[in-house]
Design a protein around this ligand. Structure first.
Ligand code: CA
Length: 364
């Protein structure tokens, strides 16, 4: 007993010594831990924009709460500090510490970025989460943004988007000939390949363009958002599904210098808040879309239509061509595309046994 007690005291003594040493050597980190960070986050959305802008606001609130006020982030809507499409440059150059948007907006700087937002006939929200968070996608995304000194974080997802608002029926692929549609990114390239005219129109101008017939069609997000945008007043048909954006991921970006200046615990808080933001945004869309769709159909008499299967098959063929052309032109896109395809093949095989089987019987 005595021996055991002595051994305990000895160990306890050692422990106390170790703690003492810890206090002595960690004096500087303790000061760093108390340091308050005041950051700016610029976004591609109008201020407090439903779901997307709200998600950015909540992200900042959660960082503040979790850090007990040590990390305060002021969120700016697009155009308040920098233009909506100036977000990536502002983060890259260190003008601001953080950004909020979607990776496909930066296709002109880094074509491979598009894979981390939306790929036509690509992965859905569940698939994007699996690929990016634990399937190896994040490592590639970091590689794509590294030359710009930007660190990406997954910050949200829209779920399957709507095919779009049309003033003309789509019965065959030839109906795309001459169709003027507001559709960005890879989806726009597919529409162009089908003979359409894919145009880019800023969010605030889409309604007027559609109403005045400057464009024949537009895609946006889904019922909850589209209802607020008022597209039902300017277009006859609401087409499904959003083959071009089957699960669009939103991003939170951090400048490298800003990220490196954060102590480890605040870095962990930023990552945790991004995870929460990702789940919140998808859940917000998924829980509110159906009620908005019912309002569009019952109150505003919107005609919901499905793209014919033959059209979707053609669009899928064209999508593959667009992706292969992108891979042939840009080595980084090729690297990401190959990884994405391999993952998708494996995910599709798993889905064939799980999601697909269950979907058939969920209405029983
Ligand atoms: Ca969209």
């Amino acid at each position: 007993m005595k021996k055991e007690r002595r051994s305990f005291i000895k160990k306890a003594g050692l422990g106390a010594a170790a703690i003492g040493a810890g206090i002595a050597t960690s004096a500087v980190p303790v000061i760093a831990k108390e340091k308050k960070f005041r950051w700016k986050m610029v976004t591609t959305w109008p201020p407090h924009f439903p779901v997307l802008g709200e998600g950015a606001d909540l992200f900042a609130k959660w960082c503040d709460e979790m850090s007990n006020g040590r990390l305060k982030i002021t969120v700016y809507g697009g155009g308040e500090l920098v233009p909506p499409l100036g977000v990536f440059d502002a983060v890259s150059q260190g003008t601001v510490e953080m950004g909020h948007g979607a990776a496909y907006y930066w296709a002109g700087k880094a074509p491979a970025s598009q894979f981390f937002a939306a790929v036509p006939f690509g992965l859905d929200a569940q698939g994007m989460n699996a690929w990016i968070l634990t399937g190896g996608g994040m490592k590639l995304w970091e590689e794509v943004y590294a030359p710009f000194n930007v660190k990406p974080l997954l910050g949200g997802n829209t779920g399957v988007q709507a095919g779009g608002w049309f003033n003309k029926e789509i019965n065959s692929i030839s109906d795309y000939k001459g169709l003027k549609m507001r559709i960005p990114g890879l989806g726009g390239k597919v529409v162009a390949k089908a003979g359409g005219n894919a145009v880019l129109v800023a969010g605030g101008e889409i309604y007027t363009n559609l109403d005045r017939g400057v464009i024949d069609a537009t895609e946006w997000v889904g019922p909850y958002h589209d209802l607020k945008m008022g597209f039902y007043k300017a277009a006859k048909y609401y087409y499904w599904p959003g083959w071009h954006e089957p699960g669009t991921a939103l991003e939170i970006t951090v400048g490298k210098k800003a990220w490196d200046s954060l102590p480890k615990d605040l870095q962990a808080i930023v990552e945790a808040a991004a995870y929460r933001s990702n789940m919140w945004m998808l859940s917000e869309f998924e829980s509110k879309n159906e009620a908005a769709l019912e309002e569009l159909v019952n109150k505003h008499h919107v005609k919901v239509k499905m793209f014919p299967e033959s059209v979707l098959k053609e669009l899928k063929k064209l999508s593959k061509e667009v992706l292969e052309e992108l891979a042939a032109k840009d080595p980084m896109s090729k690297k990401v595309y190959e990884h994405f395809l391999k993952f998708k093949k494996s995910k599709n095989a798993w889905d064939a046994l799980t999601e697909e089987q269950y979907q058939k019987f969920k209405h029983l």
